[in-house]
Ligand binder design. Structure first.
Ligand code: ADP
Ligand code: MG
Length: 253
């Protein structure tokens, strides 16, 4: 039996007169990779930040690992991993120093070098955050979510702006983290990414969930409704061509 690690019921968020989240409900099962997809402004980040205890909700109920958001926000904070905004990283500190700093804030004992190894950044241990490439910055920010050995990790558009190699590299990292038992909630605008990574997906539009299922079922339902692509699909796409020609190895990612 799947156990929900996150339960969201009738969640509403108003920004002044604007209702950004309109009473959504969903559950995330322990151990899954759960995707929130939707156009810009759909309310994905708002929803995540409320669950992460970083933003106040207007109404509704949220529980994480059995802790009610209204009553036990500190317990929730202690078992989740959240990516900081890039501005949260002191530019003059090395990655090792930053990990030690965050570990101190979380009151955790962490082997900083081991942690950097898990995200393939051991060679950059002494580099400053500001001197990393886009993909390296993203990998480092994923590493910082793991410092407190969380049960649930939240990743809000972790691969936006990365080249195809760096994107695939991050997919494998996310799978590895999930494979070690961590539940992952991710938002993305890349449908191939969602299809590859997510066990289940909620599609959010204008603050409402319009579909929630496995990628396979979502596609099967559309096909069953009589949908057909307007032209015959080729056996490869342009991204396949790009990867075939330039390889999967990371560059200055
Ligand atoms: P998404 O992450 O899906 O792109 P957001 O959750 O960031 O969407 O935003 C949902 C809606 O709420 C958008 O229309 C956005 O402009 C609005 N919004 C987000 N944050 C604020 C805020 N702090 N004040 C007012 N409106 C906001
Ligand atoms: Mg967002």
């Amino acid at each position: 039996m799947a156990i929900p690690i996150i339960t969201v019921s009738n969640l509403v968020k108003d920004y002044d007169n604007f209702r950004a989240v309109k009473g959504i409900s969903f559950e995330v099962q322990e151990g899954e990779i759960f995707g929130l997809l939707g156009p810009n402004g759909a309310g994905k980040s708002t929803t995540l930040e409320i669950i992460e205890t970083l933003r106040k909700k207007t109404s509704g109920t949220v529980t994480v690992a059995g802790f009610n958001l209204d009553e036990r926000p500190d317990e929730i904070k202690s078992i989740i991993g959240v990516q900081l905004q890039a501005s949260g990283y002191y530019p003059g500190l090395s990655l090792l120093q930053l990990v030690d700093l965050f570990a101190g804030l979380y009151n955790q004992q962490v082997n900083a070098m081991e942690l950097l190894k898990t995200v393939n950044l051991e060679e950059k241990a002494k580099a400053k955050f500001k001197d990393l490439s886009g993909g390296q910055k993203q990998r480092f920010s994923v590493a910082t979510t793991l410092i407190n050995k969380p049960k649930v990790v939240f990743l809000d558009e972790p691969t936006t702006g990365l080249d195809p190699q760096a994107r695939r590299n991050l997919w494998e990292l996310i799978r590895k983290i999930n494979g070690e038992g961590t539940t992952v909630i991710i938002t993305t605008h890349y449908m191939d990414e969602a299809e590859y990574l997510c066990n289940r997906i909620a599609i959010v539009d204008s603050g409402e969930i319009v579909a929630l299922d496995t990628p396979d079922n979502l596609i099967d339902h559309l096909v069953a409704s009589g949908f057909e692509r307007p032209k015959q699909v080729k056996k490869a796409n342009l991204e396949d061509v790009f990867i075939q020609l330039t390889g999967k190895n990371l560059r200055e990612d």
